[in-house]
Design a binder for this molecule. Structure first.
Ligand SMILES: *[C@@H]1O[C@H](CO)[C@@H](O)[C@H](O)[C@H]1NC(C)=O
Ligand SMILES: *[C@@H]1O[C@H](CO)[C@@H](O)[C@H](O)[C@H]1NC(C)=O
Ligand SMILES: *[C@@H]1O[C@H](CO)[C@@H](O)[C@H](O)[C@H]1NC(C)=O
Ligand SMILES: *[C@@H]1O[C@H](CO)[C@@H](O)[C@H](O)[C@H]1NC(C)=O
Ligand SMILES: *[C@@H]1O[C@H](CO)[C@@H](O)[C@H](O)[C@H]1NC(C)=O
Ligand SMILES: *[C@@H]1O[C@H](CO)[C@@H](O)[C@H](O)[C@H]1NC(C)=O
Ligand SMILES: *[C@@H]1O[C@H](CO)[C@@H](O)[C@H](O)[C@H]1NC(C)=O
Ligand SMILES: *[C@@H]1O[C@H](CO)[C@@H](O)[C@H](O)[C@H]1NC(C)=O
Length: 582
C-alpha cells in the first residue's frame, strides 16, 4: 500500500541500516587512506637525497617516486582534517623539511589530482569565446585541450641524442626517440617510442626551441585522438597569450584550425619551460577535422603548406602567393608549397593545386558558383578578414606564408583555406603597424598585392561579404569588451608559469646574432619593399627579452615592433569601426 503507515519493523530496519552506514563510514575514515600525487622536481636533485613528502595536519607522510614517471611522487595517507601541503624533506637529516609550498591545500576526500608542486590553483575559470559563425566543418570532440587547466609533458630520451638534436637546430630531419608522459588532472598517460624533433623554421636559432612529437601509429595509442602535436615555445611573445587567443578566435569564426592549451615541459627530469600545445596538421588531424574521426572511412585529399621560400631571394623566386607562373609545373615545386599530407590514394600531386592557381588567374567576376567549385569562399573571406583585424604580420598578405590549402577530399576540386603559425601577429610585427591599424584594409602591408585577394575583391558579392565580416568581427569578437575579460583570466592563470619559464636555462644555441644578420639581409629585398619595415625589424631585434609580462599584455611597450595585446585589439577594432563609420 502506497499510503499505508510503515510498520515498526520497517523503522527498526532503517535504524539498523543507518547505524551500519555510520560504522562503515567511520571505519573508512580510520583505515582507508587516499592517494596523494604531486608532480615536481627537487632542487639540485643529484646533490641531495631530498624527497617530496605530504604534510597533513602538520604530520609528514612519505611519498615515493611513481613507477611511471620520474617527476611524480605518490603515496597513501589519511584525509586531512584541516589542511595539507607538499614539502621537500631531507632523509639524511631526520626528515627535516628543507622547503615547502608557501600555502596550504584544502582537504580532499578522494585521491588527489596529479597536483603541481608550488601551484596553489589548478583549475581556472576562463570565459568561453562566443561563436560568431557556425563551424564550416564538424570537428570531432576531444579532451586534448581543456581550457583553464595546465598539463605537464615529460620526455625521456638518450641524453647524447638530445644534445645532438639541440646542437644542430637547422637539421630538419633530425629526431630522437624517447618516452613521454602526459599528466593533467586525474590522468597520467605514458607513451613509448615517440619521435621528438625540433619544429619551426627561422625560430630554430632561438634559445628556446619548439618541438613536434609523434606517437607511433603502431602503438595503437593517441593523446585524446591525436598522434602528432607541436610544443610551441612562445618565445617571441612576452605576453605568452597571442597564440592561445588567436587559435580560439579562429575557431570562433568557424574555420578549421588547431585548438590550444598550455603545458609545462620537462626533458629528462629537467624543466624546459612553459609551452603552447597545438595540433600538428598531420594525420589523424584531417580525419578529426573533416571526417569526424572515422579513420577507415575518410578519403582525404592533398594538404598543401605554403612556406614562402622556394627560391625567393635568388633567381626564380616564386613565392607561395598563389600567383600563376605559366604551364611549366616545376615553378610550383621549388619548395614554396609543400605537400604536408598525402591523399588517401597515396598519390601526392601538385596538379590539383596548379589547377586551382590557374582558375584563380582567370577567375570570373560574375560567377559565384565557379568560385565555390574551387574554393570554400567563406574559409577564404573569414581568414582574410582575420589577417586584417588581427594584424597577421607573417601571413598571406605580408609574406605569402603560413597557411594551408586543403583539397576537400580525395580528387576534390574544392579547396579550403586554413590559416596557421600565428605567432607574429596581434601587435607583434615585422611591418609598419601604423599601416596595419588604419581600419582601411587598402593600407595593410601586402594585402592588395596577393592574387587571391586581388581576384576576390573584383567580385562585388565577395568584397561586400569580406567587409561585412570585418565589421562583425570588430563588433562581436575581436573587441575589447569580449576579449579583455578572457585575456585577464588567462593572464592570471599563466602568470606564475611565465615567471617560472623566464628563469629557466635554455637548450638552444642562442645564435641570435646569426638570425639577426640573416633576417636583415634576407628581408632587405625589393620583393618585400613596402611590406617589411626595416626600422620595425631592427626594433624587434634590439628589444630586450623579455618585456615585463603585464606591459606585454596591456601595453604600451614603447616599441614600434610590439604593442600590448589588449592595446592592439582595442586599436584595431576601433579603427575598423570608425572607418566604416559605425
Ligand atoms: C644519500 O644517501 C646515501 C645512502 O644512504 C649516502 O651515502 C649519501 O651520503 C647521501 N647523500 C647526501 C648528500 O646526504
Ligand atoms: C627514472 O630514472 C631512472 C634513473 O635515471 C631510470 O633508470 C628510470 O628508467 C626512470 N623511470 C622512468 C619511469 O622513466
Ligand atoms: C622507455 O620505456 C621502456 C619501457 O618501459 C624502457 O625499456 C626504455 O628504456 C625507455 N626509454 C627511455 C629513453 O627512457
Ligand atoms: C645514447 O646514444 C649514444 C649514441 O647515440 C650511445 O653511444 C649511448 O650508448 C646511448 N646511451 C644509452 C644510455 O643508451
Ligand atoms: C621547366 O622549367 C625548368 C626549370 O625552370 C626547366 O629546367 C625545364 O626545362 C622546363 N620544362 C619545360 C617543359 O619547359
Ligand atoms: C614557488 O613559487 C613562487 C612564486 O612564483 C616562487 O617565487 C618560488 O621560488 C617558488 N618556489 C619553489 C620552491 O619553486
Ligand atoms: C653580423 O653582421 C655584422 C655587420 O655586418 C658583423 O660584424 C657580424 O660579424 C655578423 N655576425 C654574425 C654572427 O654573422
Ligand atoms: C593605440 O591607441 C592609443 C590611444 O589612442 C594610442 O595612444 C596608442 O599609441 C595606439 N597604439 C598603437 C600601436 O597604435
Amino acid at each position: 500500500m502506497i499510503f499505508g503507515r510503515p510498520s515498526t519493523k520497517y523503522y527498526r530496519q532503517r535504524l539498523l541500516l543507518f547505524a551500519l552506514c555510520i560504522t562503515v563510514t567511520t571505519s573508512s575514515l580510520d583505515t582507508n587512506n587516499i592517494e596523494y600525487r604531486v608532480v615536481g622536481t627537487l632542487p639540485e636533485k643529484s646533490q641531495t637525497n631530498d624527497t617530496i613528502t605530504v604534510v597533513i595536519d602538520d604530520a609528514p607522510y612519505p611519498l615515493s617516486l611513481s613507477a611511471n614517471d620520474n617527476l611524480t611522487y605518490i603515496g597513501s595517507a589519511p584525509i586531512a582534517k584541516k589542511e595539507y601541503y607538499y614539502a621537500h624533506i631531507d632523509p639524511d637529516n631526520d626528515n627535516k623539511v628543507t622547503s615547502r609550498e608557501p600555502f596550504t591545500r584544502q582537504p580532499k576526500q578522494s585521491d588527489t589530482d596529479y597536483e603541481f608542486y608550488n601551484r596553489s590553483q589548478a583549475y581556472w575559470d576562463i570565459p568561453t569565446l562566443p561563436h560568431l559563425y557556425d563551424p564550416l566543418y564538424h570537428r570531432k570532440d576531444s579532451d586534448l585541450h581543456l581550457d583553464g587547466q595546465i598539463g605537464t609533458i615529460h620526455i625521456r630520451a638518450n641524453s647524447t641524442d638530445l644534445m645532438n638534436l639541440h646542437g644542430n637546430p637547422l637539421d630538419e630531419d633530425a629526431f630522437v626517440t624517447g618516452n613521454m608522459t602526459f599528466i593533467r588532472g586525474q590522468e597520467l598517460l605514458t607513451f613509448e617510442d615517440v619521435e621528438v624533433e625540433l619544429s619551426g623554421r627561422s625560430s630554430r636559432w632561438n634559445p628556446k626551441l619548439s618541438y613536434s612529437v609523434k606517437i607511433p601509429k603502431e602503438s595503437g595509442k593517441s593523446l585524446y585522438g591525436y598522434r602528432r602535436i607541436k610544443l610551441r615555445s612562445l618565445f617571441t611573445d612576452p605576453s605568452y597569450i597571442r597564440e592561445a587567443l588567436i587559435y580560439h578566435i579562429i575557431r570562433a569564426t568557424g574555420l578549421p584550425t588547431t585548438d590550444f592549451s598550455y603545458v609545462r615541459l620537462y626533458i629528462n627530469d629537467q624543466p624546459v619551460g612553459f609551452f603552447g600545445l597545438i595540433e600538428n596538421f598531420k594525420n589523424p588531424w584531417l580525419v578529426n577535422e573533416f571526417g569526424n574521426g572515422e579513420e577507415s572511412d575518410y578519403q582525404q585529399g592533398n594538404l598543401y603548406q605554403a612556406r614562402l621560400v622556394g627560391d625567393i631571394f635568388g633567381p626564380g623566386g616564386h613565392i607561395s602567393d598563389l600567383g600563376y607562373y605559366g604551364e611549366n609545373t616545376t615553378v610550383y615545386e621549388e619548395g614554396q608549397y609543400k605537400i604536408k599530407e598525402d591523399p588517401s590514394d597515396k598519390n601526392p600531386s601538385y596538379k590539383p593545386l596548379i589547377e586551382l592557381i590557374k582558375f584563380l588567374a582567370n577567375a570570373p567576376t560574375d560567377n559565384l558558383e565557379e568560385w565555390e567549385k574551387h574554393f570554400n569562399m567563406e574559409s577564404v573571406l573569414r581568414s582574410m578578414a582575420l589577417e586584417i583585424i588581427l594584424g597577421f604580420s607573417d601571413g598571406y598578405s605580408t609574406f605569402a606564408d603560413n597557411y594551408y590549402l586543403y583539397q576537400n577530399g580525395l580528387n576534390a576540386e574544392q579547396f579550403i583555406y586554413i590559416p596557421a603559425d600565428v605567432d607574429i601577429s596581434m601587435g607583434s610585427s615585422m611591418s609598419d603597424m601604423s599601416q596595419m591599424l588604419t581600419g582601411d584594409y587598402h593600407t595593410f602591408p601586402g594585402f592588395l598585392r596577393r592574387p587571391l585577394v586581388k581576384q576576390f575583391l573584383r567580385v562585388p558579392e565577395y568584397k561586400q561579404r569580406f567587409e561585412e565580416i570585418l565589421q562583425e568581427l570588430a563588433t562581436y569578437l575581436v573587441n575589447p569588451m569580449i576579449l579583455d575579460p578572457i585575456i585577464d583570466a588567462v593572464a592570471d592563470m599563466i602568470r606564475q608559469d611565465v615567471e617560472w619559464d623566464e628563469n629557466l636555462p635554455r637548450l638552444g644555441k642562442t645564435e641570435i646574432d646569426i638570425l639577426a644578420n640573416q633576417t636583415i639581409s634576407l628581408f632587405d629585398d625589393e620583393k618585400l619593399a613596402g611590406i617589411v619595415d626595416m626600422d620595425t625589424i631592427k626594433d624587434a631585434l634590439e628589444r630586450p627579452q623579455p618585456l615585463p609580462f603585464d606591459v606585454a599584455v596591456n601595453g604600451p611597450t614603447g616599441h614600434i615592433s610590439m604593442t600590448g595585446v589588449k592595446e592592439y585589439i582595442a586599436n584595431s577594432s576601433r579603427a575598423i569601426l570608425e572607418f566604416y563609420d559605425k
